[in-house]
Ligand binder design. Structure first.
Ligand SMILES: CC(C)(COP(=O)(O)OP(=O)(O)OC[C@H]1O[C@@H](n2cnc3c(N)ncnc32)[C@H](O)[C@@H]1OP(=O)(O)O)[C@@H](O)C(=O)NCCC(=O)NCCS
Length: 150
């Protein structure tokens, strides 16, 4: 498959991808993504040198990271690119870190788009451990925390 995963500083490209996913990222989410993709560890999935997906990771401490943001352009979803992007970037980060967490909308909220996101995390081996409802800073939204050993 013609896909290259690499660490990158192309945060503006990641931001453009996030803007193409309005069901997932509202205005305040986009503002955070704009900042975090500059400051976090950013990886891109490239097809013919064009970024079609991104994932950002934030260091929690010297053993743990959080997957802070993730997105694949709508027309490239469901083709395994997201899986390759996350698996390859985590394989690289596993040389330093031991565990990765990711927070997402809990299944106690039936908003359809995030059902796919949770199925994606589970398929990669992330384990749901705790739901916090409401999650501070998320309005009334419940947060499900997933973790995976690297
Ligand atoms: C989540 C996301 C990155 C997944 O990327 P993707 O390239 O579409 O996913 P993949 O094709 O690599 O799917 C990998 C596995 O995830 C699971 N999965 C993916 N989409 C699914 C769906 N619609 N329903 C059920 N399972 C699904 C499957 O197990 C799939 O493996 P399979 O195709 O062998 O069955 C992408 O859909 C996306 O950008 N979503 C919107 C943004 C988002 O939710 N970001 C995360 C919150 S910050």
């Amino acid at each position: 498959m013609n896909i290259e995963i690499k660490q990158t500083t192309e945060s503006s490209k990641a931001y453009e991808i996030a803007k193409s996913l309005p069901e997932y990222f509202d205005e305040s989410g986009l503002k955070s993504i704009e900042q975090d993709t500059k400051n976090n560890m950013l990886f891109g999935a490239y097809r013919d040198n064009e970024m079609i997906g991104f994932v950002a990771y934030k260091e929690i401490n010297n053993e743990a990271i959080e997957m802070s943001w993730l997105g694949v352009l709508p027309q490239y979803q469901g083709k395994n690119y997201g899986k390759i992007l996350v698996e390859k970037s985590l394989a690289e980060l596993s040389q330093k870190y031991k565990v990765c967490e990711v927070k997402t909308l809990s299944n106690s909220d039936d908003y359809e788009p995030y059902k796919k996101t949770r199925a994606f995390y589970k398929s990669l081996g992330f384990i749901p451990i705790e739901t916090i409802s409401p999650y501070p800073g998320w309005g009334n939204n419940p947060c499900q925390i997933f973790v995976m050993f690297l």
